[in-house]
Design a binder for this molecule. Structure first.
Ligand code: MG
Length: 375
């Protein structure tokens, strides 16, 4: 029986994690839940699962004897075996570090943790012997391909669906509404990730994640468009052999693999792949001109230091401006570019310097956006 803490239990990944956990009542036990915005759902989850520990960002009436703790206290608690980091943005950073320092297994879905502080996170995980198990489907695919291999990969190939507007002109993209952008063709995801998929920022952030998780240089990471989202990523080895991981696009599979690793468990709720129904798998090179956000992310990743933190924070604010109808989809890259241009990067930043860069970037995007709107 594995005792699991789910930080971000009310979000898309958190809810799907509960779905997986519920399918194996004699394997997994939820001992802690943490939520931020959806306090009604958190209260419902707590009433149903009766975890021993709970964290809520908002005051809630939970009718439960659960102990109220911070996310960091939960992550490091001796009763917890595995911590699912399903929070979003920088919220997962300190709890992940707390889990690492307590030597926990960490199932990581919050990509900003590695984007912002990949160097600190991976070196501390090594130091404390903590295991980071990726939940992001691409990284889960790479991890599954590398399982049992003794050699470092020669190349990692990340697949991207291209999002709902793949192939549209910049003029067409400028007219996209938030509602249109939120309808992703193949994946069920949160709002921020869905918009990031449309701009391919998501794939750029994933390249940064892959760089840290698998210690692979950026020029050994390739990105290709694969519209069907059946191959979740590929690994090429020195001898030219390439391994791929295929499955129906359903986040519950990478979640389950992270929870049950190194075992694979049968789950009747998970769809199985029928290749004769899929028929064709297609692959196309990415045109970086069509996806300026991808280009910005790769540049920030290579630059390192505080640059990825600034990129990520600027993107979060710009995406929110788009969702609020205050910016166009095509303004997102422009707002990030202007913010990065104004930034003076710190080369080997501490956690505090990373978080300071994040706050600075948020304020800077807001200022730029306001000025733009007033002009
Ligand atoms: Mg992904």
């Amino acid at each position: 029986m594995k005792s699991i803490a789910i930080l971000g239990s009310t979000g898309s990944i958190g809810q799907q994690t509960l779905d997986v956990v519920g399918a194996f009542p004699d394997r997994f036990r939820v001992v802690a839940l943490a939520g931020r915005d959806n306090s009604a759902l958190l209260a419902k989850q707590v009433a149903q699962l009766q975890p021993r520990m709970v964290y809520s960002a908002k005051a809630i009436d939970i009718h439960s004897p659960a102990e109220s703790l911070s996310m960091e206290e939960i992550a490091a608690h001796p009763d917890v075996d595995l911590v699912v980091i399903a929070t979003s943005g920088k919220a997962g950073l300190r709890p992940t570090l707390a889990a690492i320092r307590a030597g926990k297994q960490i199932a990581l879905a919050n990509k900003e943790v590695l984007v912002l502080a990949g160097k600190i996170i991976t070196s501390e995980a090594k130091q404390y012997g903590a295991q980071i198990l990726p939940i992001d489907s691409e990284h889960s695919a790479i991890w599954q391909c590398l399982h049992g291999e003794q050699s470092q990969p020669a190349r990692i190939i990340l697949t991207a669906s291209g999002g709902p507007f793949y192939g549209q002109s910049p003029e067409q993209l400028a007219k996209v509404t938030p509602k249109e952008a939120l309808s992703h063709p193949t994946w069920k995801m949160g709002r921020k990730v869905t918009i990031d998929s449309a701009t391919l920022m998501n794939k750029g952030l994933e390249a940064i994640e892959a760089h840290w998780l698998f210690s692979i240089p950026f020029d050994h990471i390739e990105i290709i468009i694969h519209r069907q989202s059946i191959i979740h990523s590929l690994v090429e080895f020195a001898d030219g052999s390439t391994k791929a991981q295929l499955s129906f696009p359903d986040m519950r599979l990478p979640i389950q693999y992270a929870l049950s690793y190194p075992e694979r468990l049968p789950n009747a709720h998970l769809p199985h792949l029928n290749l004769t129904k899929v028929k064709a798998l297609t692959f196309e090179p990415v045109n970086p001109g069509q996806f300026p956000c991808l280009k910005l992310a790769l540049e920030a990743g290579k630059e390192g230091g505080t640059c990825p933190a600034v990129l990520s924070a600027a993107d979060e604010v710009a995406v929110n401006l788009f969702l609020a109808g205050k910016a166009r989809l095509t303004d997102i890259a422009e707002l990030i570019t202007q913010t990065i241009t104004r930034h003076h990067p710190v080369v080997n930043p501490s956690l505090e310097e990373i978080l300071a860069a994040d706050i600075w970037a948020r304020q800077t995007v807001e200022d730029i956006a306001k000025r733009k709107i007033t002009c």
